[in-house]
Design a protein around this ligand. Structure first.
Ligand code: ARG
Length: 412
């Protein structure tokens, strides 16, 4: 099918800028450039002009920050979704929302095709395309970066220069950066060598913990049903809350991650991330759950968290299983209300205090001092029955073994 009207996921970077021109030339199609504002700061400056100069007939920049946090970030936070135990997935969480935005715009504008700038090696192509296919199966999807003739960044830059596409910022930056309000990821350049420590210039927003202030800062975060709502006694709307935590966290060197991760396509990649707010919020939320969830739910939820993290990373947000698992998560969050106080100091987070009216922590049961209400005599019977099956098993097997040993000795 020859595309007639193409909605392009436009970031203003080298790939998507070249893509707008390349698509309009190759297909002689109308190009609508669309950018979702997920809180990526620098990238939005001059974006509209750049897209129009490059050949788009229309540009739409859509503010998705609040929707992103309320519908996507909070879900991941409630789920405790952290990929491979470390990565809070700012990028992975943003993709389904961007895919939804592209579909909405395509339907509104009567476009027949959506094009994105993700590469053939990465996770984002999977996330975009699985989501778009699910939300609007009739739309055609193009991924020019996977198929075009440019063999290197330099060739793309040559093409850009030939077509008057501004590339200066791109040329000077050795890294590939993806940013939104929940975190920033940096890859390429020297980072591709996992034996190399990230150089100072690779970190974009956080202060080196060694240069962070010599005094700590305390943060009290109150949650309502798993969602953070109050910071240091001030009620805060979602966007403001995340911005504030990023600012304070970055200043104290919080949220730097240097990770080897397993990509969907089977490659291992090395990336660094900066996500101060994400790291702070996951820590506080997890701490509150430890206080409030019963043991069985807490343990079971750990498996669900892991599964949800893998599903988000693998691009499976808009699927029935994801919806069902999130229904479980939401049900666990009914009582996750209370306050956690943390201290930030030179890249570290320490829990100072936790409190909730729904806390299951009972000092009379926990204490080793006077006032202990725990029935110690009940423990004896409990352990007798609890371990009975293993006692029985060992008795049988050890007896059999003893008989076998005797027989072997006799036959000798
Ligand atoms: N590896 C991360 C993910 O798949 C981040 C990818 C971001 N892209 C980038 N150009 N740095 O979620």
């Amino acid at each position: 099918m020859k595309p007639r009207k193409i909605v392009v996921a436009y970031s203003g970077g080298l790939d998507t800028s070249v893509m707008v021109k390349w698509l309009s030339e190759k297909y002689d199609a109308e190009i609508i450039a669309v950018t979702g504002d997920l809180g990526q700061k620098t990238e939005l400056i001059g974006l509209r002009e750049k897209a129009l100069e490059t050949g788009a007939s229309k540009v739409r920049i859509i503010d998705l920050k609040e929707e992103f946090i309320k519908q996507y970030v909070w879900s991941a936070l409630k789920a405790g979704a952290i990929y491979e135990g470390e990565y809070p997935m700012a990028c992975s969480i943003g993709r389904p929302l961007l895919a939804k935005m592209l579909v909405d715009v395509a339907l509104e504008e009567g476009a027949d095709t959506i094009a994105h700038g993700a590469t053939g090696k990465g996770n984002d192509q999977v996330r975009f395309e699985v989501a778009i296919q699910t939300l609007a199966p009739h739309l055609n999807i193009l991924a020019p970066v996977r198929e075009w003739e440019f063999k290197s960044r330099e060739e793309e830059i040559d093409y850009a220069i030939k077509h008057n596409i501004p590339v200066q910022a791109t040329k000077n930056n050795p890294y590939s950066i993806d940013e939104n309000i929940f975190g920033i990821s940096v890859e390429c350049g020297i980072l591709e060598d996992p034996t190399e420590t990230p150089p100072d210039d690779a970190w974009q927003i956080t202060v080196d913990p060694r240069n962070a202030p010599d005094y700590p800062v305390n943060l009290s975060i109150s949650f309502d049903k798993g969602i953070p709502v109050i910071l240091n006694s001030h009620e805060m709307p979602p966007v403001e809350l995340i911005k504030k935590l990023n600012e304070i966290g970055a200043m104290h060197g919080i949220g730097r991650l240097d990770i080897i991760e397993n990509r969907v396509v089977g490659i291992k990649s090395r990336e660094i991330y900066e996500a101060p707010a994400a790291v702070i919020l996951h820590k506080a939320h997890h701490e509150l759950e430890k206080l409030i969830l019963d043991k069985d739910t807490f343990r079971y939820k750990q498996n669900v968290s892991n599964k949800i993290a893998n599903m988000i990373y693998d691009g499976l947000w808009f699927t029935p299983l994801f919806e069902s698992l999130m229904a479980f998560v939401d049900s666990t969050q009914k009582y996750i209300s209370g306050e956690i106080t943390l201290q930030l100091y030179k890249g570290n987070i320490t829990v100072l205090s936790r409190q909730s009216v729904f806390s299951l922590y009972n000092e009379e049961l926990a204490t080793y001092a006077e006032g202990d209400k725990f029935d110690h005599s009940a423990a004896k019977g409990f352990i007798h029955l609890y371990g009975l099956q293993f006692k029985t098993l060992s008795t049988v097997r050890n007896t059999k073994k003893a008989v076998k040993n005797i027989n072997e000795t006799v036959s000798l």
